[in-house]
Design a protein around this ligand. Sequence first.
Ligand code: GDP
Ligand code: MG
Length: 170
Amino acid sequence: GNKNINAKLVLLGDVGAGKSSLVLRFVKGQFVEFQESTIGAAFFSQTLAVNDATVKFEIWDTAGQERYHSLAPMYYRGAAAAIIVYDITNHASFERAKKWVQELQAQGNPSMVMALAGNKADLLDARKVTAEEAQAYAQEHGLFFMETSAKTASNVNDIFYEIAKRLPRV
Ligand code: GDP
Ligand code: MG
């Protein structure tokens, strides 16, 4: 039969990587060029049907600023899934993403489904992080990797769909 799954999902990553934009694209199908910075965290929910289940994502979009770092465990603790976002045009944001992966692997739920999103994939001319580099990192650390664009919508539904498929069926 069809299962209903509730899944807490957290987005982590550097300020400006596009976390809020990915959520806005996924939940509302919209994109804004001047997305306001998130303060603390914001909550959204969205339901997605996969083959054998209906997954209701409870999404925590975190701020990313270092001064809010101490709040992050509140959002990733108990989360079934995480999307760690970096900006393909900003190598420092990729390094920051790796720090988040480390923290989640040390402190998070061991069965958490983790996705690495290389966002702003529409800005190819400004690329600083190759897909190969990110893919190799993801593979080595047990995440799955996709390049996304909140602007063009490329791979946005797909990354949530891929997470939904990988969530444990209880
Ligand atoms: P956050 O701090 O991680 O939540 O990042 P935001 O969602 O606030 O995005 C930061 C800036 O990057 C905003 O000006 C967005 O419009 C822009 N942005 C986000 N995603 C994309 C994308 O996929 N492509 C492009 N070109 N710009 C993006
Ligand atoms: Mg934000």
